[in-house]
Design a protein around this ligand. Structure first.
Ligand code: MG
Length: 399
């Protein structure tokens, strides 16, 4: 973890950019099953747990933003400030965010300003940005160019060749002393300038020298459909840390007329006893996912002593485990589960249960296996005293 000054991160996500395809703005488009903005936010949540994250969004995108919040999971979403609405240009949007931050007491010492369309920002780059802002007051990441850059005349012919060694392609996060960049933005707006394309240009306008630190080639900005496709491949290729987790759970029968398995209500001549809805299968799968993440178990995240979980539908627990996985940048590769009981017969419900689980954890149904067996009338399951469930979850995490 990085030692933090009083820091805020402003995520510029108000753009209307639709070059990446039809429909929703690109920052809300799916990137390997996750909205791009959710991935970008998760990069900062992972690198700087507990720091202040302020998204600046377009007022027409509130519903899309709510979907992103749902994908991040409640634990992590708590780290986000309520979004601020942006203006007509990127520069205006950033200023709206800075003004909102200036109302905090005390305002932050350092602010990082990052584009939502750069979902591959690394922990190391974020650390460099913070350090550079502390050392220089205004600093931006830049990478050396591999292409030769030409300046052209209006007729399309080359006017001159620029010396490549002195050129840098500038990225985000751009990092500033908060008071410096706020004043620079106010100064530009007061002068009627609204369309500077990055915050370094705003600092430059206000007469500040801006330091350029080492950016990263992998910190690409996604602007066109082809970028989205190649970013998908890159993400899938990067998920090479493959882990498995196992889960096991038992619930005893009690008086009742139905049980829950994998979020499906099954009529039966008894019910299952438990603090929540006693969905033994969902509990085993939740523990398998948490096990694969090495992140405690269902009891540590949802203590049975906590009254808020009384009678709770267990899809909440499973959904939360899946959100934890997504917040770590991972995907669920497979679930394999077995229910052990004499009755009720699970076979007729198997497809409904698979479908329900797949929907809760948001994967294709071909990644969810549900099997059932009896224990040949042996043991507690054989005596029909309760139901047991086993589950294995395989997950893929970034290295
Ligand atoms: Mg249980």
């Amino acid at each position: 973890m990085i030692a933090l000054p009083d820091l805020a991160i402003l995520i510029a996500a108000a753009g209307r950019g639709r070059r990446a395809g039809e429909g929703v703005p690109k920052q809300y488009r799916d990137l390997a099953g996750e909205p791009m903005l959710a991935r970008t936010l998760a990069c900062f949540i992972r690198a700087l747990p507990g720091s202040l994250l302020l998204p600046v969004v377009h007022r027409d995108d509130l519903a899309l933003f709510q979907t992103v919040l749902g994908r991040i999971g409640t634990d992590f979403a708590q780290q986000l400030s309520p979004p601020v609405f942006g203006g007509a240009t990127r520069q205006e949007s950033v200023r709206c965010g800075l003004e909102a931050l200036s109302n905090r007491l005390p305002p932050p010492e350092i602010v990082l300003i990052h584009d939502a369309a750069r979902p591959f920002v690394s922990r190391a780059l974020i650390a460099r940005a913070i350090r550079a802002a502390q050392d220089h007051g205004a600093a931006v990441p830049g990478v050396a160019l591999t292409d030769t850059i030409k300046e052209i005349d209006p007729d399309g012919s080359i006017a001159k060749t620029l010396p490549r060694s002195r050129l840098r392609a500038i990225q985000t996060p751009q990092a500033f002393r908060f008071d410096l960049i706020l004043a620079a933005h106010r100064q530009a707006a007061a002068a009627g300038i609204y369309d500077l394309t990055d915050d370094a240009a705003v600092a430059e306008f206000a007469g500040h020298r801006t330091h350029v630190f080492e950016g990263e080639d992998s910190n690409v900005k996604i602007t066109i459909h082809e970028d989205l496709a190649s970013a998908e491949h890159k993400l899938q290729d990067a998920l090479t840390d493959i882990r498995t987790g196992q889960g096991y759970d038992v619930h005893a029968f009690e008086a009742g007329d139905h049980i829950w398995l994998g979020g499906v209500r099954i009529g039966h001549d008894r019910g299952l006893a438990g603090h929540s809805d006693a969905d033994v299968l969902s509990h085993a799968i939740t523990d398998a996912v948490l096990g694969a993440l090495a992140d405690g178990d269902i009891g540590s995240h949802f203590p049975p002593t906590d009254p808020q979980w009384r009678g709770a539908p267990s899809r909440i627990f499973l959904d939360a485990a899946a959100a934890k996985l997504r917040a770590r940048g991972g995907v669920l590769a497979h679930i394999d589960a077995t229910v052990v009981c004499e009755r009720p017969k699970i076979g007729p419900y198997r497809e409904a249960i698979r479908q329900s689980i797949a929907k809760i954890v948001d994967v294709c149904i071909d990644r969810v296996a549900v099997k059932a067996t009896t224990s040949e009338r042996l043991g507690f399951t054989g005596r029909e005293e309760g139901i047991a469930a086993f589950a294995i979850a395989t997950i893929r995490l970034p290295r």
